[in-house]
Design a protein around this ligand. Sequence first.
Ligand code: CUK
Ligand code: CUA
Length: 770
Amino acid sequence: MKIRKPMLASLIALTVGLTAGGQAWSQDTLKDVMKKRGLTEKDILAAAKTYTPTGGRDEYLAFSSGGQSGQVIVYGVPSMRILKYIGVFTPEPWQGYGFDDESKEVLAQGRIEGKDIVYGDTHHPAFSETKGDYNGKYLFINDKANPRIAVIDLKDFETKQIVVNPLFRSEHGGAFVTPNTEYVMEATQYAHPYKGSGFVPLSDFNEKYRGGLTYWKFNMEKGKIEPENSFTFELPPYSQDLSDAGKGPTYGWGFTNSFCSERYVGGIEKGRPPFEAGCSSKDTDFMHLTNWKKASELVKAGKIGKKVNGMTLISMKEAVANNLLYLIPEPKSPHGVDVVPTGDKIVVSGKLDSHTWVYDWKKIQKVMKNKKFEGKDPYGIPIIALKDALDKSVAVGLGPLHTQFDSKKCVAYTSIYVDSMITKWDYCKGKVLDQLPIHYNVGHLVAMEGDSVSPDGKYLIALNKLAIDRFNPVGPLHPQNHQLIDISGDKMQLLYDMPVPLGEPHYVVAIKADKLKPEIRYRSGWNSRKDERSPWKTRAGREKIERTCDANGKCTVNVYGTAIRSHLTPEIIEVTEGDTVSIHVTNLERAEDEVHGYAMYGHNVQLSIEPGKTASTTFVADKAGVYPYYCTEFCSALHLEMQGYLLVQPKGYKAKSGGLKAGTNYTEADYKKQVKTNIDTQAVINQVVGFITSHNYKDFPTVVALVEDATDQLGFAKEAKAKAEAAAAKKDWNNAMLWANQWWQYQVKTADLGLRAKTYLEEHGAKKVK
Ligand code: CUK
Ligand code: CUA
């Protein structure tokens, strides 16, 4: 017999929220809607290119810097639907990031000189790469304000590691990765004395202030940056800006530009011309070329570098002596530096210029080989003359910043800040192909996989600095505006405006969605931040509370707890005032998306416990009192009942005799009524089970997982049933009724899972096997 959902739903009372009146489906035609909303045919076409029907998936996922929020924003392309905020340098309560003990350890790695820094100014996300192509394994992002790099694992979209640069006090040119993720680049921005050198007056600027470029070693297998195997190039105090890693013919090299090679120090309040005047007075600044490949070999061989604050520092002298470091003049106040997909050309833009400048690697190499330099800078670094390195310059518009690449050969897109537009141009022929106005003042831009060796083209997103009049006003602070552009044809077409209300995202990287294989659940009892079994892993029925005291009478209570629809175990935790309390909760669920939360009054406790995860919270119960706790995720019909009490008893407290006096008295009739409901419910479950087992469900891993979960729930139901019957045998109708009710609770969950499995089979064309 075929079971219809409504019948099942009413029987097992899963009708919450389903009774809201039917949709008044509009009778309007497309024409009517266009007229009512003032839409043109072009609008409708744009809408059709981005609209993603319910249940639909995006072809690309974009990972956006969260700017000053210190987070990463994940959204789909072309739908522009936001999917996730990843807590990176900043606590993120929903995910328990910065609240559970495990993630607090990650944030603590980002402490600077002993201080917690709980914000970040994130700028440049970068995917891990294999042979210059995104491999979908890791994402890196930098913090400009406090030179740090974070590692996000794309298995679960969680931040796993933060490294603090032991020398820098400012950075900008990170994170950029080398083609096999051998290294993650991080360059300074504002010159400063290296950490540990104490106070150095500005009068010693030229001699003691420094820039730098760190190559952080990445271990792809472990998913970890290895500071001990990383090294840093000492660089002149030129205000290094962005970087990019070479590929193909430029493999082994890194490129980093700068914008204040004047080495100017302002002081407007003392009557000196300001930074902005002194830092843009020369016509050119310098691009730095660093040979990381050769440097790493020399460091490994112990030939160069010395450890400073645990970091291998390569002095400018050593770098010059070993031909590891060169300079090439760049146009006025350069900003972006981007290596073309084929790796043989380098595109640089000048913020105060109207050209992009294309450098030719063959020409550069020739100069290096013949040692025909223009001269040396004050630090002895050889300078390659601009005319000896330049391939061409192309007039693209005023204030070009960043460049991305198309799947079509030689086609590039450059963001034009001052003119508020995107210029599509050909870097081989030096020709502008198309220009599109955007709204307004674009910073970075991103094409699909647009900085890899094999860009996909298709879409471009302009990351605009100003939204001004594009959205409903929300006060003086406006959202940022990400504009989606169709670049599949000859002419660019603007499709969609997406407000981003979480900081100023400088850069975004976008990856083909099918390269990502995120997990659905953790292995049971998992510490997700360390990627290992948690010592606090707790299995069903093994929940316990342990209290241990040291010689000074300081006591610690460890609660080994679990969460499963719809109860937290334990439900009552008794401790004594002054105890340190550690509550560890393992989510026993295996079903997709069955997350439980854990929040408690007055202790800043908020956990997110995804299926399989074990999360912990530790605090001192320093005030006697009653502290309710509960699950913060609406996980089931009886989610509100997922609750408990932490009882912090005063020292020396003695409980009153007579036990717990709370609740209602139940009768034999109540018990029998409940049992009848349970028997009916079981009949429904049997039918669902019959449907599933009569199909090839084992061919569907999702269904197998659901069935496993359902079998567990049914096992729990059996235990509760036994307890109910034992109590009934003793005519203890209160306990009999309550256990019978618990038995039914497990049945409801079983049915819920079974129904999901059945729907899945129906929707995925399962076949009958008998
Ligand atoms: S930066 Cu913001 S527009 Cu930090 Cu890459 Cu160029
Ligand atoms: Cu678990 Cu709500």
